[in-house]
Design a protein. Structure first.
Length: 156
């Protein structure tokens, strides 16, 4: 799980990811992201999950129970925190090649490393570390290495 080749080096995130990813896999969920951040109301451990058939509140509750139990048994985190399990949402932040494949044909906003303005278009073919973005009748080949961030655009 990485953001275009950049791994999260937070030891809590790495340990939690290693612990829960196989369990979520067995339950039929994909682990999208693990975050461990100080926020307004204290330390938050946020687990983002996905299931192709849809991810609802019942899924988040189920995963929350499983993860909370695992974390209690393994005692990985030595400070107080709140556990939050959520789905990626409509404006999903694309983090890797698999996300681009999953959302082929969808509208996306991409910020490139060397370009201040965002590129907005539809996701085309994805292959060999590159994606084709289709916009205004043009096609642009974008290497994943040049993507700073990308997220789906909400379409009404």
């Amino acid at each position: 799980m990485s953001d275009f080749g950049i791994e999260n080096r937070n030891p809590v995130v790495q340990a939690v990811t290693a612990l829960i990813e196989p369990v979520l896999d067995d339950l039929g969920y994909e682990l999208v992201e693990v975050q461990f951040n100080r926020e307004q109301h204290g330390q938050i451990l946020r687990i983002v999950i996905y299931r192709e058939s849809g991810t609802g509140i019942d899924d988040c509750v189920r995963v929350s129970r499983e993860v909370a139990h695992l974390l209690e048994v393994e005692d990985l985190i030595d400070q107080a925190y709140n556990l939050e399990v959520t789905s990626p949402g409509l404006d999903w932040r694309l983090r890797n090649e698999r996300d681009f494949v999953r959302f082929r044909g969808k509208k996306v906003r991409i910020v490139l490393v060397d370009r201040p303005e965002a590129l907005i278009g539809r996701i085309g073919e994805v292959d060999n570390g590159e994606v084709i973005i289709e916009f205004n009748g043009d096609r642009k080949l974008v290497p994943f290495a040049s993507i700073k961030k990308a997220k789906l655009e909400i379409e009404i």
